[in-house]
Ligand binder design. Structure first.
Ligand SMILES: *Cc1c(COP(=O)(O)O)cnc(C)c1O
Length: 483
């Protein structure tokens, strides 16, 4: 055997200096974000340069870091930038970045066992329960994002309906049906697929003019399905629809679910954290009566990716769905193999990282009230944007603004407006000025600005509108000129 070698350096001086430089560089990056482009397309040669064979031989860390600076950092998504308004992306925050560094340093595995990092995750779940108005003994677990949190919600609802034996026997020929609004996020049909229940078993109920689930249509659909011999088991409310930010009447849904004995799950991916903003909280009334809520810390709560969460009112139901059979045999009273319920018995993951730390540090350093104030601020900016759009003759607003999402389009006398607006969005993304995204509202293509980032201010809103008007004007003029 050759000499035993670890990956740690024999002399830490250089790596330590490099690490300090990386940290300084990242602080500089955050400090100067606003002056740079939101996003820039990745040149073909950069893409090509990233594609290399498996590196068999070592390279100096400083050289690899230079590659990061040259090939990766300039071409990232751009969501930390104040004028990134596409989809619903969080801005992250510097304290969360530091927490991720600390978490990687500890390299804790939060699948189980008895240690402080798991205690921190339990604390984050308890804070989440408090935020939502859930009982203090509610259960929960952190996951990558709401897509997985929603899947966990569907699986718990499934075993609550059929009993934990569904884990052994599968759903058999029970024809379970679930209900949600037509504005549902695409991850819910996928959750139904993965739960073995089939996408078609998710009934999409038409929305009202505000984008909320239609309550009469819901009642009719459930009654019709029961009459057909189907077995309604789950109602999914939406708190902050992905298109326009609509919030269902959660109190009415809670009552309906109780009357019909349905599991009541809320997809509050980004909207649930509005509970931290006193003026917005009333919009969520009824969420405290849900059986489970899925939401993200990485969106409105500004925690760096990834940090999703599910909170479950009835801890026993949660455990029934995921706990390994031999769970209590494996546990010890004393030592590292002790310590109460392990996260691996609350979801599909065994090994899990310490994402709880960046949530814990973000909430501890800034305080939940400050995060709530940021959430309120983004809604106030959305109102400013909506107001400006309503005053611009060349712009048309396409949806009501319940929270922080504004959908609108540029209007021109002739030409294909859908094409025109898609081009406008691509133009200003590629120019690096701002990054809204697009969606379809009432059959027409909309420019969609979701104000999520704590760094966005009034000047950014003005820059977005000016850029849309300018790009729209240029393109409309080009369309008019012959040839
Ligand atoms: C973002 C979002 C999701 C998916 O969450 P991920 O964290 O991206 O997995 C689900 N539902 C809604 C309403 C969302 O906005």
């Amino acid at each position: 055997m050759t000499d035993i070698q670890s990956l740690d350096p024999a002399d830490w001086t250089d790596l330590r200096a490099l690490g300090h430089r990386m940290l300084d560089d990242m602080f500089d990056h955050m400090q100067t974000l606003r002056g740079g482009p939101v996003w820039r397309p990745m040149p073909a040669d950069v893409r090509q340069e990233i594609r290399r064979p498996l590196p068999r031989a070592p390279s100096p860390a400083a050289a690899v870091y230079r590659d990061f600076q040259r090939l990766i950092q300039p071409y990232a998504t751009g969501n930390p930038h104040p004028r990134f308004m596409g989809w619903v992306h969080g801005g992250g925050n510097p304290v969360g970045m530091l927490a991720d560094l600390l978490a990687a340093g500890l390299n804790a595995n939060l699948g189980g066992r008895d240690h402080a990092p798991i205690e921190v995750e339990r604390q984050v779940i308890a804070w989440s329960a408090e935020m939502l108005g859930f009982p203090a003994d509610a259960s929960g677990v952190l996951v990558t994002g709401t897509s997985i949190a929603n899947l966990i919600g569907v699986l718990i609802a499934r075993s609550a309906e059929l009993g934990p034996c569904v884990r052994r026997d599968g759903p058999g020929d029970a024809r379970l049906t679930a209900y949600t609004s037509a504005a549902v996020h695409g991850c819910l049909p996928r959750a139904m697929e993965m739960a073995g229940l089939g996408r078609e078993s998710l009934r999409m109920v038409p929305c009202d003019s505000q984008g909320r689930i239609g309550l009469d249509a819901l009642a009719t659909l459930v009654a019709t399905d029961r009459a057909r011999g189907l077995r309604p088991f789950l109602l999914v409310g939406t708190a902050g629809s992905v298109d326009i930010g609509a919030v269902d009447d959660l109190a009415a849904l809670a009552t309906f679910a109780a009357t019909e004995s349905l599991w009541f799950h809320v997809d509050g991916a980004y909207g649930a954290t509005a509970a931290l903003a006193p003026k917005l909280k009333p919009l969520l009334a009824g969420i405290e009566r849900a059986d489970s809520v899925a939401f993200d810390f990485h969106k409105w709560a500004q925690v760096p990716y990834d940090a999703g969460c599910i909170v479950v009112r009835d801890a026993a139901r949660h455990l029934d769905t995921f706990a390994a059979d031999a769970v209590y045999l494996r546990r010890e009273e004393r030592g590292l193999a002790g310590g109460g319920i392990w996260p691996c018995d609350l979801g599909p993951d065994l090994s899990r990282g310490f994402r709880a730390l960046k949530v814990w540090m973000t909430l501890s350093v800034y305080g939940a009230d400050r995060i709530g104030a940021i959430i309120q601020q983004t809604c106030d900016l959305a109102a400013v944007l909506a107001d400006r759009i309503d005053r611009e003759p060349d712009l048309q607003r396409l949806a009501p603004v319940a929270l922080n999402i504004v959908c609108f389009r540029y209007i021109a006398a002739n030409g294909d407006l859908d094409r025109l607006n898609a081009d406008i969005v691509a133009d200003i993304q590629i120019a690096g000025v701002a990054a809204p995204s697009t969606t379809v509202i009432g059959g027409v293509l909309a420019i969609r600005a979701a104000i999520v980032n704590h760094r966005t201010n009034r000047a950014d809103i003005a820059i977005l509108v000016d850029a849309v008007l300018q790009a729209g004007g240029t393109r409309a003029k080009a369309n008019e000129s012959p040839g």
